[in-house]
Structure formats: C-alpha cells, structure tokens
Design a binder for this molecule. Structure first.
Ligand code: 2U9
Length: 344
C-alpha cells in the first residue's frame, strides 16, 4: 500500500506539472483528492491492514494528500497568474496608439457669425430678445408704421397662415413687443436675431427663409450720432479696427431719417476690387431713427423719447467674410461646404 501511495503521489505530481489549464487541474484534483479518488480508496482499505500499521499508513496517506493538495494549489496560482498575464497582455491598450478620431463638429457658419455679432452688441450693453416666428399682422406691419394696404407691404411679400397670422418678414415685431412691455419707460436696448420669411424665389442672393439681426435703442435724447458711433464700433470690431462706415440716405417706413450703411472694403481697403465692385464700400446694413409713430404705437411719448434701430442679414455678412457666392449653401447641409468652417 505504501508503494501504491508513493506511485499515486508521483503520478499526481507529474500530471499536475503537465496541467496546462485550470480545468485540467481541477479534473486532476477531483481525480486524486475527490471522494471517489485513489487516496480515499486507500484509506478505505486501511481496515485490511494490521492494526499496528494503520497509523503509519494513515499518516502517509494524509501526507500524500497534503503533497498533492499543495502541488495543486501552487499550480492553480501559477495558471491563474498566467491567465491574468494573458488577459492583461490581450487587453493592454497601447496608449501611444492614435485614438479613433472623434469627428469634431463645428458651428454652422451662420451661427458663428450671429454669435460673433451678438457678443459685440452684448459687449455694448445690448441684451438679446427673441419672439415668435408666427406673427400677427399687427406686430409685423401695423406696429412698424405699415398700415393695412400700405404699398411697402408688397416689398415684404409674406407667407400668410390666416388673414391675421403670417410668418414674420423681419424680427422688428420682437422690438415692438419688447417696447410695449416697457410701458413707455426707457431705456430699451436690445438686439433680436432670428429666422424671417419672405415669399421669394430662391437664387444665389435670395432665400425664402433667412436670418436677420435687428437692434433697437430707445431712451431720452438718443441722436443720429449715437447710431453712427454704435455702428462704427460694430463695423470695426467685425471687419477690422481700420474700417470706416458711410451713411447714405434711404427709406424705411419704421425709421425717419433712414440710412443704408456701408463699410470701407476690407479686401482693398477702399481702393476698389471685385468684392466692393470697384466702389471701395460694401453695404452691410440699414438703420435709422425710430419713427415717432412707431414709438407712440408702442406706448412711448415720442416728444420725450427718441431711438435708433438697425437691421442686417447675417448671411450677407458671412458671404462677405468667407467669400461665399451662393446663399443656398447655408441651407443645403452639404458637409463639404460646412466642414470648411472648422474653428482652428
Ligand atoms: C422697430 C423700429 C425700427 C429695423 C431696421 C433696417 C433698417 C434694415 C434690412 C437689413 C437686411 C432688412 O434683412 S434685410 O434685408 N433691415 O435695413 N431694419 S431699420 O428698424 C426698426 C425695427 C423695429 C420697433
């Protein structure tokens, strides 16, 4: 029986050393140390032995079990460590490897220009006001000194939803609504960016839906020079410190006097080029002193309060700034066009 035990031990130890997986090792453990295992068998056979031999044989059997158990456990540890190393090596991330490029989006060029312009006027103390795109005839026209059947309405042919509701043709109704909320008390100092709609045939310079940013400042003793100063600062911040502006007489029903505002060409510095059509000046916006009728209709005493207003098209400014020749690019969602405006 002693030889049997020693053979078992060598055999088991051999197998344990050969074992190459935890599963295999587990099977060896069960095979040798299990209830039905040979050592258990030997121990069961102890009864047949002479009494004086049993303790020694029992001790030997336990020693063999101990040896095999220790071998199994140390082999287990070794296999588990190897398994872990394998996993780690499989899972090691080579941090020097370039990551999967996360496609960085960028602001739509119109959003970029509108935010830049907003920041300029917020910097001058204006706040941003917004309002409904579906407007009433009153706020879109009447409140802006465009009574029913006024011919100037045709200049802003619109998408009417009902007799009295339309898609706004400019963001001016936002200013009219804001003035009313002030209950005749100044100052009102706002810019109102947003989408506007005109029943126009889309071509390279016209779109049925486009953006506008209008501005309004109403307070006591506001003069044309305040308008000129504000717009000069705006033009210099947007197009360059050395820029100048020029005011040309114009007409809008909601301002009197009204002006078109040009900026000195930022391409040729006024010498004349294709951008400024050889004039040295580029028209960027319209403006004027708020018409007294508009002040009165909004609840302001036009003898006490005066104001200036202006309006611009961000598409036009973006086309000038980026040299874009067709307004439809802004709405076509063509990534080849949009990806050109990745901010550095
Ligand atoms: C109120 C009073 C006056 C807003 C103004 C303009 C001049 C102007 C054009 C710019 C580009 C329209 O989209 S565009 O073609 N707008 O030239 N807008 S003064 O005047 C107002 C607005 C609100 C209560």
């Amino acid at each position: 029986m002693k030889e049997r035990l020693m053979t078992l031990q060598e055999e088991a130890v051999e197998k344990i050393e050969q074992a190459s997986s935890l599963k295999e090792l587990q099977d060896i453990r069960v095979e040798y140390l299990g209830k039905k295992g040979p050592i258990t068998e030997v121990l069961r056979g102890m009864g047949k032995l002479p009494a004086e031999e049993r303790p020694k044989m029992g001790q030997l059997a336990n020693e063999v079990r101990e040896v095999i158990t220790t071998k199994v456990e140390s082999k287990q540890e070794k296999l588990e460590r190897e398994e872990l190393d394998r996993q780690l090596s499989n899972e090691t991330i080579d941090v020097t490897l370039p990551g999967r490029p996360i496609r960085q989006g960028n602001a739509h060029p119109l959003t970029a220009v509108i935010e830049e312009i907003e920041d300029l006027f917020i910097g001058m103390g204006f706040s941003v006001a917004e309002g409904p795109e579906v407007e009433t005839d009153y706020y879109n026209f009447e409140a802006l000194n465009l009574p029913k059947n006024h011919p100037a309405r045709d200049m802003q042919d619109s998408f009417f939803i009902t007799e009295d509701l339309l898609l706004r043709t400019q963001t001016s109704p936002v200013q009219a609504r804001t003035m009313e909320k002030h209950k005749g008390k100044g100052p009102v100092k706002i810019i109102s960016p947003g989408k506007v709609y005109r029943r126009d045939t889309d071509d390279a310079t016209h779109s049925h839906q486009f953006m506008q940013i209008e501005g309004l400042l109403v307070d006591k003793n506001i003069r044309m020079s305040d308008l000129k100063g504000t717009l000069t600062l705006f033009a210099q911040k947007l197009f360059g410190e050395e820029r100048e502006i020029r005011l040309r007489p114009s007409f809008f029903p909601f301002t009197e006097p009204s002006v078109e505002v040009d900026v000195s060409c930022f391409k040729c510095n006024g010498a004349g080029c294709s951008i400024c059509k050889r004039t040295g000046w580029i028209e960027i916006l319209g403006a004027g002193m708020v018409h007294p009728n508009v002040l009165e209709m909004a609840g302001f005493d036009s003898k006490e309060y005066t104001g200036f207003a202006f309006g611009m098209g961000p598409e036009r400014i973006a086309m000038l700034k980026y040299g874009i020749d067709d307004i439809r690019h802004f709405y076509a969602n063509d990534l080849r066009f949009l990806e050109q405006f990745k901010r550095a």
